[in-house]
Design a binder for this molecule. Structure first.
Ligand SMILES: Nc1nc2c(c(=O)[nH]1)N[C@H]1C(S)=C(S)[C@@H](COP(=O)(O)O)O[C@H]1N2
Ligand SMILES: [Mo]
Length: 293
């Protein structure tokens, strides 16, 4: 660790890590796996060395197409005869300036649960690519074949399928960038407010390797949208803060719907997008309930 920290430039970036299965709970028909709702995403400040610098110092040949990581954890069951997760990304992502070997999170040593002493951070890509408790990295001349690179893990049908379909393994494609998405983080759903005061609403928005150009909210079920205030990104692959002040026209039941648009004009749909067998990539608009009395 000392050699790593001392031999390469130490850099800090705030980078978004979202589990590909964030939002899985909403899929219809439901799919197996942790029934995550909205919380499996974060954007702390990571400090480490550039993966690119370490790979270059080790010598990467022209034939390199993919990297694969190995961590020192066992399979979640604790059974040492079962393989633990070992994923990777194309060499192009590995060589990006903000792809890190991180040893610190929010200014302190990585907490054990987040991968102490060293982990990969590949912002904007499925959290599963950011290997924790890092032991080895392989540079490969083929797509990585570690546990959870094969089968149905972290893959979606290459072509859209009707909800509930059986999809053949050969028709599944590996997820790369995570899609444009946003959350309302304040107030919490179910809040009661009074007509005489404006309601301050805020949240985050992010979009894989891209950034957010516009943020809109609606309080009338999408009939009209107003532009929210949006902060500029502090670096690449980071979530952006947004906020808005809402005055309601009369008492009653409302929903606040939030919708982000990225730099390439891609936006979020209101309904669940692209059903897939493992329930990945749900970037439907987040909605919260407000009662005005
Ligand atoms: N070694 C190792 N790395 C791992 C995992 C794991 O189980 N073992 N889980 C991955 C998954 S699926 C996600 S979403 C992220 C979660 O990172 P966090 O615990 O810092 O939130 O770590 C990834 N890296
Ligand atoms: Mo995950």
């Amino acid at each position: 660790m000392e050699q790593l920290k001392g031999s390469f430039e130490n850099v800090s970036y705030q980078l978004t890590l979202e589990c590909a299965g964030n939002g899985r709970e909403e899929f219809m028909p439901s799919v197996r796996g942790s029934q995550r709702i909205t919380g499996a995403v974060g954007c702390p400040m990571w400090t480490g060395v550039r993966l690119r610098d370490v790979l270059m110092a080790s010598g990467v040949r022209q034939s390199a197409v993919y990297i694969g990581y190995y961590g020192s954890d066992t399979h979640l069951s604790g059974d040492p005869s079962r393989e633990s997760i070992s994923r990777g990304v194309p060499i192009k992502k590995a060589l990006k300036e903000d792809s890190l070997l991180a040893f610190s999170m929010n200014g302190t040593d990585l907490p054990f649960l987040h991968g102490y002493p060293l982990r990969l951070i590949l912002g904007g890509w499925p959290g599963s690519t950011s290997g924790k408790w890092l032991k080895r990295i392989f540079v490969r001349n083929d797509v990585h074949n570690g546990h959870k690179m094969n089968g149905y893990s972290y893959k979606v049908p290459c072509e859209g399928v009707p909800p509930g379909s059986d999809v053949a393994e050969k028709d599944m494609c590996i997820i790369e960038e995570m899609p444009v998405k946003s959350l309302v983080t304040f107030p919490r759903s179910g809040v009661i407010c009074t007509l005489d005061r404006d309601l301050e609403v805020r949240g985050h928005a992010w979009a894989g390797d891209s950034s957010i150009s516009k943020m809109h909210i609606s309080t009338d079920f999408g009939q009209t949208w107003i532009r929210a205030k949006l902060d500029s990104p502090v670096n690449i692959n980071v979530w952006q803060h947004w906020s808005s002040s809402i005055s309601f026209p009369q008492k009653g039941y409302y929903e606040i719907w939030a919708r982000a648009t990225d730099k390439s004009s891609k936006t979020q749909s209101m309904v669940l997008p692209g059903w897939n067998p493992r329930g990945y990539l749900n970037n439907a608009c987040h909605r919260i309930v407000v009662s005005v009395v």
